[in-house]
Write a protein that binds this ligand. Structure first.
Ligand SMILES: [Zn+2]
Length: 492
């Protein structure tokens, strides 16, 4: 009898092993054989030289428009004019606001809705104290060690110049669009809470002209080159189909104040602290969204064997992993509206009790939720009537763009044709982009920059030593040319 049990146990274990091996073998990146797309001509030298000149234009935006050096934007426009004469001859150019531009490449079929390629010309400043840390000056456009260095090389002059370069090359190739192609370039995307966002101005011009767009392509996603020993050696692309909302609330407590020598048990700061702790302890509900599930599934399919075996059991594992995932801040931020207490104010002097203590709390709102819902949450958590809650400002989360559309299919087809990789995964962008201001003229907004980047280079945007690998540049042009041809060519 014992022997029989042993044999049964061994067979069961064997079957389980075989089952798991089969499972892991079948659990692979979803790829299909694709017919190759025609080769695209790329004038890499011109693109690199133009990008270098663009980097040398210090187009730094500022919340106060009077502090912006608009000459630098004019200088950038002159670079575009000198480098891309055909584009300036064949496309119409409409200036918008202080330095915005709408280029219109008229298509032959007016029944087709135009596509728009967006970009911002501005960059974030380089703090003076960080200058010595730059291995190459941020506004010189140096080429060294296989990289092009400088502010804007990844965010996002590479993309803006890439679009213009691609159009110039398509014009030289004799391409004539059936569908109208718009290039919309803003100038203050990097300014949070700009008085007049250039993207709003541009989208209003289009709306007033009765334009309805087929789709918008802007920054936000990229092609990640992941090389983690024993885990993954693959490219994964993400296309932003929505972006989180943003709002700041002030919570405050008022008190009598007075001399600090005779304090109450809790001063206004003490009372406020209780409210802060309550907010931090009552986080928003976390959810594994379909987009997150798809991201994890695609990533897991691309891992190497031991991990891939675990990945093949994702439907069972994910609910178990959820509590762990909410403990990892970058992952948790994909699962819920986040709460960040960022500023506090109390008494103006050390020996004076505060008459008012206040804190600013920043929330990044999940698509589907709203600023009103954040306010309800705060009031529910802070049952204490002595705490005042005041909305300082914010932006609602964007709508979620559909994924079964011609533009999304084009992005996916072109990426898979260029690299042996899984289809790009849709995701929710954490920061804001100009694209959300186009929601009134299209439902199809995709945030994707077609440049291959390892995560450590991607992280340098807005930071010190921002740079881009020279060998990632040509594919950007190939992508934009193919995207325009697919969306605006004969098959459009
Ligand atoms: Zn940007």
């Amino acid at each position: 009898m014992k022997k029989q049990i042993k044999i049964a146990a061994i067979s069961a274990a064997g079957a389980l092993c075989v089952g798991n091996a089969v499972r892991a073998a079948l659990y692979r990146p979803k790829k299909e054989k694709l017919s190759p797309l025609p080769e695209e001509r790329v004038d890499l030298d011109r693109y690199i030289e133009t990008l270098r000149e663009a980097i040398r234009c210090r187009t730094v935006s500022n919340p106060d428009e009077e502090l912006v050096d608009w000459n630098e934007f004019e200088k950038l426009h002159r670079v575009f004019e000198e480098r891309y004469p055909l584009l300036h001859e064949k496309l119409s150019k409409q200036p918008v606001g202080r330095a915005g531009i709408i280029f219109t490449w008229q298509g032959s079929d007016p029944s087709l809705k135009p596509i728009a390629l967006l970009g911002h010309q501005d960059v974030v400043p380089v703090p003076k104290e960080k200058l010595p840390d730059w291995l190459h000056p941020p506004f010189d456009g140096d080429l060294a060690d296989g990289f092009l260095w400088g502010r804007g090389t990844t965010d996002m002059k590479n993309h803006v110049v890439g679009v213009l370069e691609s159009v110039e090359t398509l014009l030289e190739d004799g391409f004539e669009p059936r569908r109208t192609v718009l290039i919309c370039l803003g100038y203050n995307e990097e300014v949070v809470g700009a008085e007049a966002s250039s993207a709003t101005l541009i989208s209003e011009v289009l709306k007033n002209n009765g334009v309805e767009l087929e789709s918008v392509l802007d920054e936000g996603g990229a092609i990640l080159d992941l090389d983690i020993p024993h885990v993954m050696h693959n490219k994964l692309a993400g296309v932003g189909i929505a972006e989180k909302g943003y709002c700041d609330f002030e919570i405050s407590v008022e008190a009598k104040g007075g001399h600090s020598s005779a304090p109450p048990k809790h001063s206004a700061v003490g009372e406020l602290s209780k409210a802060i702790v309550a907010l931090e302890n009552h986080q928003f509900h976390a959810r594994i969204t379909p987009e997150l599930k798809n991201i994890i599934d695609t990533a897991a399919r691309n891992t190497e064997l031991p991990l891939r075996l675990a990945g093949s059991h994702l439907p069972i594992l994910l609910p178990l992993l959820k509590p762990v995932m909410t403990q990892i801040p970058p992952v948790a931020s994909l699962m819920r509206t986040t709460t960040a207490v960022t500023m506090t104010h109390g008494s103006p002097q050390a020996n004076v009790l505060p008459q008012k203590a206040s804190a600013t709390v920043n929330f990044r709102i999940m698509p589907g939720s709203s600023i009103a819902e954040v306010e309800r949450h705060i009031r529910r958590v802070l049952k204490n009537k002595n705490v005042n809650v005041r909305l300082l400002g914010g932006d609602e989360p964007s709508a979620v763009s559909p994924t079964d559309t011609p533009s999304m299919r084009a992005i996916s087809r072109i990426c898979r044709g260029m690299f042996d990789m899984s289809a790009p995964v849709p995701f929710v962008v954490m920061g804001g982009t100009d694209a959300r201001y186009y929601q009134s003229i299209t439902d199809c907004i995709y945030r994707f920059s077609p440049f291959v980047m390892p995560p450590e280079i991607l992280m340098l945007a807005h930071g010190t030593n921002e740079r881009i690998a020279v060998d990632s540049l040509a594919n950007g042009i190939v992508f934009f040319k193919r995207y325009i041809k697919t969306m605006a060519g004969d098959e459009a």
